[in-house]
Design a protein around this ligand. Sequence first.
Ligand code: BGC
Length: 348
Amino acid sequence: MKALTVVPMQAGSARLDDVPEPPESDGPVLVETLAVGVCGTDAEIVSGAYGWAPRGRERLVLGHESLGRVKETPPGAGLSVGDLVVGIVRRPDPVPCANCGVGEWDFCSNGRYTERGIKEHDGYCSERYRIEPEYLVKVSPALGTLGVLLEPTSVVAKAWEQIERIGGRAHWAPTRVVVTGAGPIGLLAALLGVQRGLEVHVIDQMTTGLKPDLVAALGASYHTGSIESACDSPDVIVECTGVGSLVFDAAEHVGPGGVVCLTGVSSGGRSIDVDAGLVNRSMVLENEVVVGSVNANRRHYEAAAEALAKADPAWLSRLVSRKVPLESWAQALDRKPDDVKVVIEVAR
Ligand code: BGC
């Protein structure tokens, strides 16, 4: 079967390969892949900056944002042939650590977790894959192909859960949120903010085009300047760019008792000047929190499915700004300034 593979940490190694059918050891459920979303992590892997091949192998099958259709399932797995499904990305470490042991693999504490399409486990960008039923999430037929947005939504559902748990340490009645970055993660974080009844401000560099339009269609405000000029004293800042200067701006400008949630994975290697004493003073005197958030466990996929079910399908479908057939995978990885979510169509 066809699969998009890469040699991790080797730029220019991605290619469309003929690979063996998925091994039974991956699980008893056979899924036909319909679509795979491309994100910044895939771009990093393809650029040779991130990713790990399965043990004893050189190449990794790419793809962690997926949508597929069940082709074969054992009885009693809670699945039927034809169901639309999304595969969960992370698997618990083999020890397992205390968090993985209770299904909170997104908080794995020994780093020995694996991730499909990213870390030591083949991803979903192949014509078929096998999987354990407990790592599949069913997608409502009403959502259809937009189910490919479930994995990135699970990442922001976890981020919002963290924000709310932290906010709940004292009286918590947030009203204003700033989201930095109008990529898929930023726009989905904004959607979940609007769904919570909050006043949402999204900051990005694009001055025209799809990103400002999508923010406006959500009923949120779009800005191209600083956090400070976009919103006075936000209760929550969801940082979705990983840009160092924005991270420190967020820590400095979040309102009293506020929470800054960092979701962008930056590559490092760039230094900035920061008045660390000033940032420290404002954070201490105003009980502010900066928290990092990565990945998602099953609870977050379920929260994400609920959020997508409540969203306007027309708005969600505009998030998918380009669809590219599997044979033209390279076009999907070539990011255009106005791209939001680019999807590789593995089957039509
Ligand atoms: C994925 C997460 C993953 C993270 C780090 C993100 O792109 O959505 O599931 O944990 O990359 O590898």
